[in-house]
Design a protein around this ligand. Structure first.
Ligand SMILES: Nc1ncnc2c1ncn2[C@@H]1O[C@H](COP(=O)(O)OP(=O)(O)OP(=O)(O)O)[C@@H](O)[C@H]1O
Ligand SMILES: [Mg+2]
Length: 295
């Protein structure tokens, strides 16, 4: 790490800062000022067609951390596995879901919104019904714009809307990208992390070009980082080499606290509020606010 140390000491005005895992000085982002009013929401899609990289965990934990800072957050479960609904401990069966909104069986998104145990964090649930949505919507007019239309009535009531995408680049994910202002890509720090990212970036570019000119690739979040393994450090270095400043300084470490929190149906920020992993997601919330990606 001596090279990194050298680099850090050359940055003007920050002589005492030690490099963080991404090789840049580890800053502590300021506690955000409280908001005096709410909305309109910035919509962020959490996307990666690779499975198990931390999309759902990040939606839950970031949503809860933003809510702790007084932000009004709506999380959309956009995966038929319903992991977001389960992880937030809300009902997803015998209740109206995102699927009912997409196919027009339910017209009012407010009828589908459930509050969670975290004040300020609400969710629209999903269940396995959503797996039929792509087939159902394929012949719809403006089939890529359905989620954007569904969310419109509540934009002014929230500061941030997080869309937890399924691991695919199909029509649901294209709907999320068409509705979104920004994309956050969680990347697991393991050998094949970068495989498929080019295709994801290409998809984001296509959606921007054809459907949603305002779409931004906000940032890449390294997850499941294990500082004890050379492997994790090398992968993170390669991600930084490939994406530069798009890689967030905040890095999420690997810990069993996340699966434990999922089982408890509670965000890490309340399940283990003093654990470094909860601190990492609070830091993520502060970094996104500081970068202007969240209110
Ligand atoms: N930082 C972490 N450390 C250890 N385990 C984690 C971490 N983040 C997530 N996990 C666990 O890894 C598994 C996959 O995480 P998660 O469900 O968030 O990924 P995903 O990208 O949403 O997956 P899918 O593509 O299936 O929707 C879960 O069991 C989760 O509890
Ligand atoms: Mg998921």
């Amino acid at each position: 790490m001596s090279g990194d140390q050298h680099e850090a000491s050359e940055l003007p005005g920050m002589p005492d800062m030690l490099p963080g895992p991404t090789g840049r000085p580890l800053r502590t982002f300021p506690e955000p000022a409280p908001l005096s009013s709410h909305g309109p929401a910035r919509i962020i899609a959490l996307c990666n067609q690779k499975g198990g990289v931390g999309k759902t965990t990040t939606t839950i934990s970031l949503g809860a951390a933003l809510a702790e800072y007084g932000r009004r957050v709506l999380a959309i479960d956009f995966d038929p596995q319903g992991a977001l609904s389960a992880g937030l401990g809300v009902a997803s069966h015998d209740v109206p879901t995102i699927y009912d909104l997409l196919i027009g069986r339910e017209k009012d998104i407010r009828q589908t919104i459930q509050s969670t145990s975290t004040p300020g964090l609400d969710v629209v649930p999903a269940n396995i019904d959503l797996s039929a949505a792509e087939v159902h919507l394929v012949n719809e007019v403006a089939r890529e714009q359905i989620l954007a239309r569904v969310l419109r009535p509540v934009l002014d009531e929230y500061d941030v809307i997080l869309v937890d995408c399924q691991p695919s680049l199909g029509l649901l994910t294209v709907n999320a990208l068409t509705a979104a202002h920004g994309v956050l890509i969680p990347l697991e720090c393991e050998y094949f992390a970068l495989r498929g990212v080019a295709l994801l970036v290409e998809t984001i570019e296509k959606v921007k070009d054809r459907l949603n000119p305002a779409l931004e690739l906000d940032a890449i979040l390294a997850t499941m980082y294990d500082s004890r393994t050379l492997h994790s450090r090398e992968v993170l270095q390669r991600v930084v080499d490939a994406f530069g400043d798009s890689v967030l300084e905040t890095v999420i470490g690997r810990t069993v606290k996340f699966p434990d929190a999922t089982v408890a149906g509670t965000p890490i920020t309340t399940f283990a509020p003093d654990h470094p992993a909860a601190g990492a997601y609070r830091q993520l919330a502060r970094e996104l606010i500081a970068r202007g990606h969240a209110a």
